[in-house]
Design a protein around this ligand. Sequence first.
Ligand code: NAD
Ligand code: MG
Length: 403
Amino acid sequence: MISRRLVSVLGSTGSIGTNTLDVIARHTDRFEVYALAAHSSVDTMLAQCLEFSPRYAVMMDEAAATSLQQRLPENTVTEVLQGESGLSAVVTAPQVDVVMAAIVGAAGLPSTLAAAQAGKTLLLANKESLVMGGHLLMQAVRESGARLLPIDSEHNAIFQCMPLDAQATPSGKGVSKVLLTASGGPFRRWSHAQMVDATPDQACAHPNWSMGRKISVDSASLMNKGLEFIEACWIFDLAPERVDVVVHPQSIIHSMVQYLDGSILAQLGNPDMRTAIAYGLGWPDRLASGVAPLDLVATARLDFEAPDQSRFPCLRLAREAVAAGGTAMAVCNAANEVAVAAFLDNQIRFTDIPIVIEHALEQVDNVEVTSLSVVENADTHARQVAAAFLADFQPATGVVERV
Ligand code: NAD
Ligand code: MG
């Protein structure tokens, strides 16, 4: 009989979080939920607490924590914690085996890093933490002996297509390139002029994947692929020229590894994050995930094309940030978060997102990443620069001008 592994799910009320709990619910003989953590969605958190009886539920928002406490039944086994200290406690507790890092955005960095430092099995969905502090996070993983299992579907696919000894030294084991696939997003065929008028709902209507709103906008702008490009360089210790992006509109191949002998290994499946989540939870075993088996005959076609960096400048900006190194990636990520939030709030147009990011990359000094505070300072400064730039936009005409 296998002892049950204790899991803390950070970002449990989101898209990755709910899919994680869906997989865990299929394997209650193998996993027990130790803690759930989210920002402020009390209704979803309450329902999750009633179903999974975690020992702790963490709400970042104080009012949400109070409300959850009041609404839990009197005989509950769940203790409510609040804020960063609560989050840190449920990540570093010695009993915890597995941490699912599925908070969205830079807010996930401290807890993801804490899980790596504590030597946990780290299921990494929160790509922004790696983009910002890749150097620190990978160093923490190495020093503590943590096991990082990528949950982003592309990196999970690469992990599956690259033997572990090759991952330690990819260049020495016959790997020539990693091929990151991109769906191209909802605007793959849209002209720049059409994208100028794109609404948040159009940007969030992804053709293949159902995801949170921030990553959906990133997918539409191809910044998601830019962030994933940086993520691949860090996780697999690859020089940027060894990572290629291939647009594959069906999202059936989740990424590939090309070897020196001419072989390409690919991982295929229906676009459903539960495959990657089940792989991470079960590794090295395979677990049922609830994902329907792929019907290749019904799929019939797999198409490929090159990404268009002129219509989608965010991909170019992310590549420039990784080439620049240092804090440029944190700046790129922070300015993108500010711009995406402004777009979702109807303050700027979709096509303004790369303009805001480029401005921040030009304005914020690039320094070497030597500590978490260096990354956090770059993040704060980039947000200030991006916000000040947005304040100078021209709302009267509805057209964003560079000033
Ligand atoms: P989401 O918006 O659906 O959920 C985000 C979760 O984070 C929620 O539970 C929310 O309460 C929590 N949260 C937000 N701010 C927080 C804060 N300050 N402190 C603590 N918790 C906070 O997002 P998602 O789509 O599930 O994405 C989560 C992460 O996974 C992102 O980094 C995303 O890039 C990555 N990812 C998502 C998918 C996907 O299919 N959704 C695929 C690959 C990678
Ligand atoms: Mg992905």
